[in-house]
Design a protein around this ligand. Structure first.
Ligand SMILES: [Zn+2]
Length: 240
């Protein structure tokens, strides 16, 4: 939980991802990884050498404007208050995804990771700017892309906003869906939806990773739900 609290302590409003990017990569010191950054600022990480890779994605940015954040842990719940004790957002959307990916990079031997900048809408600017700008070359040898960027703890988005089919529901083994209580649902717009709109062929989805009230001052995480998401993603990667 300590690493998660440190992630929450770093504001990464869209366009200002440099600090979270640096801190995230520092946590990977000692691992043998190929880390690449494209001209737009998206990060691509490869671990291991294989003919094909599982791929997991999250976004580095968040919607909240920088403000003092005192992280509060109340049992299973994590949230933040400012200097006046008022609730402020923590950017769990999508620091929870970054936390999961940190664990996966430490435990899996073969893995590809895409970390996008500027996923969130910002005033007049549409969202998914990083994923709209990236090359598909990195994905040419991935079997699928699992996004960890969905609220809650039991939904797996397989159809994105605009009726964009991300993957066939049958991609996921039924016994794992049942074991972790996930179900396939239609959902909103995220980086994987933008990639599919651009014609990416590989199956994608977006998995609930334990955050609630995203984009709001009373945003919070239930840590056990985040841990469940990590366990689910880890087992899915071992299986498909
Ligand atoms: Zn998000």
């Amino acid at each position: 939980m300590e690493l998660l609290k440190l992630f929450y302590g770093i504001n990464s409003k869209s366009g200002n991802e440099a600090e979270i990017k640096k801190f995230f990569l520092e946590q990977l010191a000692g691992l043998e990884l190929l880390v690449e950054e494209d001209a737009f600022g998206n990060i691509f990480i490869t671990k291991g050498v294989a003919d094909s890779y599982p791929c997991v994605t999250a976004h580095l940015d968040e919607v909240h404007i920088p403000t003092e954040r005192n992280i509060v842990v109340d049992g299973d719940m994590i949230y933040a208050v400012d200097a006046d004790g008022e609730r402020v957002g923590i950017g769990a959307d999508d620091k929870n995804g970054l936390w999961i990916i940190n664990h996966l990079l430490h435990t899996k031997q073969v893995l590809k990771i895409a970390l996008f900048v500027q996923e969130e809408r910002d005033g007049e600017m549409a969202g998914c700017r990083g994923s709209k700008a990236c090359s598909f070359d990195f994905f040419s040898n991935v079997r699928y892309i699992l996004a960890v960027d969905r609220k809650g703890n039991n939904e797996l988005v397989t159809v994105g906003k605009g009726d964009i089919r991300l993957c066939d529901d049958s991609l996921f083994p039924q016994h794992l869906l049942e074991k972790y209580g996930y179900e396939c649902v239609p959902g909103g717009r995220t980086d994987v939806v933008a990639l599919k709109e651009r014609g990416l062929e590989q199956p994608c989805c977006n998995i609930g990773c334990g955050y609630y009230n995203a984009h709001k001052a009373d945003e919070y995480t239930l840590f056990s739900h985040l841990e469940k998401a990590l366990a689910f993603v880890s087992e899915v990667i071992d299986f498909i």
